[in-house]
Design a protein around this ligand. Structure first.
Ligand code: ADP
Ligand code: F6P
Length: 482
């Protein structure tokens, strides 16, 4: 029976070796949460990096491979220098800032590009070692943009899909990359290339036309005689899982693993009129965390009537700490939170509760369900699944979502209160609007968003992509490698 081979930089779990035992924790991020549901239901093999360097793994490689294969996963082992130059290097110092329009953070180092090329080759070889006739290969995200053509060269017969989980930038931005040509050729080895939004599709096609000179008809590229289809597939969430977990939580009112959530519940019991504003993200400069804190400070200054009554619960999960900008952001966030709390706190009220950690799934759901408002303000975000997860957990259909128009999710969630993350005054007035919003209006908006998200789930997203890949391959049998 044929299978789907999912290929992503990281596996859905991160392995740790403690003494002589192998432990695993779930990987954080949209890609892992989303594809986990796909992997759980299908006939699939997931290829990726286990989160440890080869040096850390030492003699545990055989045991690690055994553990991975029990969950239908295969490891790509990376040496410390590869993690440094491929992952922290070209992926997160060049591509990540470039694709999120942070040109001032973008660094180009030929040594890191070489590592990116070599590591992409490693992933391609691992795929080739596992691919059997009839399998379909589904490659994910910016870390692996060369893998499609590397596989295509060796196996012209297999069907290859690629999905980008981050924005594809406008041509004027993308063209600044010294390896723009190679990146496009790498992607065009696929039969189908998917993006979250229509705009990203257009940006990509524009770059293909202007950089490669290939002709494009509607959403099909003629890549030297091979047809490559390009389309948008907005990623959804496992709506029922979030919805029913929230319903279960409401019924049982259980104790949670983290002290944070238990204390929040106690607080709400003690002060039933207080209002919680929630923000959750990886600590990433694209997520607009400093803007959000500054806007919250501005809001408290402009609307002192809310002092003592609202609280911003800000959860940030550690991310990419070896990249200097992430360490700088951590310092900046600590300082800003300290400044706001120092300025406004009273003996029994702290305006911002800030937590720098990851939370187990049940506690995350409890946080969503106890918060009256979710404030999600990225400066640029491919999709943003947190916004969708928040909506899915609102079983009473109350609550307000404040969402940046720069997040891919804003295209689908037009009933959210959409803001420009750079506009402090707008965010402040929108917070006021959210806090005063009548229940009827909250429900009206939530209902529309839930309707959309319960239809376009993560399962539907994966099915649509795979069906489209099969159709593309059937309708346009491609001759050979490009
Ligand atoms: P990204 O992929 O850029 O990290 P998304 O918003 O698309 O952003 O996805 C983030 C995912 O990570 C969500 O599924 C969310 O539930 C999860 N997540 C975010 N913060 C935490 C946290 N502190 N603890 C546990 N999971 C988290
Ligand atoms: O959404 C973009 C992304 O890079 C995903 O590939 C991943 O799920 C997430 O962000 C977390 O990033 P990292 O794997 O670098 O910790």
């Amino acid at each position: 029976m044929s299978k789907t081979i999912i290929v992503s930089n990281r596996l859905p779990v991160e392995f740790k070796i403690s003494g002589n035992r192998i432990q695993s924790t779930p990987s954080v991020g949209g890609l892992a949460t989303g594809l986990k549901s796909v992997h759980a239901t299908g006939e699939s093999l997931w290829i990726g990096w286990p989160g440890l360097t080869s040096e850390q793994i030492g003699d545990f490689d055989v045991a690690l491979n055994r553990t991975a294969s029990e969950s239908r996963m295969a490891n790509v082992f990376l040496k410390q220098a590869e993690v440094r130059d491929f992952y922290f290097g070209f992926s997160n110092k060049s591509l990540w800032p470039l694709f999120h329009y942070f040109l001032e953070y973008t660094l180009y180092d030929p040594k890191q590009w070489d590592a990116y090329y070599r590591v992409n080759q490693k992933y391609a070889e691992c795929v080739l070692a596992h691919a059997e006739e009839g399998d379909r290969i589904w490659i994910h995200d910016y870390q692996l943009m060369l893998v499609p053509s590397m596989i295509r060269e060796k196996r012209p017969d297999v069907s290859i899909g690629f999905f980008l989980h981050i924005p594809f930038p406008a041509f004027e931005i993308f063209r600044t990359c010294p390896w723009r040509d190679e990146l496009l050729s790498g992607l065009l080895g696929a039969d189908l290339i998917g993006f979250h939004t229509y705009d990203y599709v257009q940006h990509f096609l524009n770059s293909v036309k202007r950089i490669k000179g290939f002709s494009v008809k509607f959403n099909e590229v003629d890549a030297n005689g091979r047809t490559v289809k390009v389309d948008s597939f907005p990623m959804g969430v496992d709506f029922n899982k979030f919805h029913f977990s929230a319903a279960k939580y409401e019924v049982t009112g259980q104790q949670f693993q983290s002290d944070l959530v238990n204390r929040l519940q106690d607080h709400l019991k003690q002060y039933p009129d207080s209002r919680l504003i929630l923000s959750i993200d990886r600590l990433d400069y694209t997520k607009g965390i400093p803007n959000r804190i500054r806007a919250f400070q501005y809001f408290l200054e402009r609307h002192p009537e809310y002092i003592g009554k609202v609280r911003l619960v800000m959860l940030a999960v550690p991310s990419r700490e070896d990249v200097p900008q992430y360490r700088k952001l951590k310092r900046e966030t600590d300082e800003l939170v300290g400044r706001v709390n120092g300025k406004f706190a009273t003996i029994d009220w702290t305006p911002i509760w800030y937590f720098y950690r990851s939370l187990p799934y049940e506690d995350l759901v409890a946080l969503y369900t106890t918060s009256h408002i979710a404030m999600i303000t990225p400066l640029r975000d491919g999709m943003n699944l947190v916004a969708k997860e928040y909506v899915a957990t609102r079983i009473e259909r109350d609550g307000v979502l404040i969402l940046s128009e720069m997040a891919g999710a804003a295209n689908e969630l037009s009933q959210a209160l959409l803001i420009n993350p750079e506009n402090m005054n707008q965010i402040s007035e929108t917070l006021d609007q959210a806090l005063r919003m009548p229940l009827e209006e909250q429900r009206h908006r939530m209902e529309a968003m839930q309707k959309r998200l319960s239809r376009y789930t993560i399962e539907k997203w994966a099915n649509d992509f795979v069906t489209s890949l099969e159709k593309t391959v059937r309708n346009t049998p491609n001759p050979a490698a490009c």
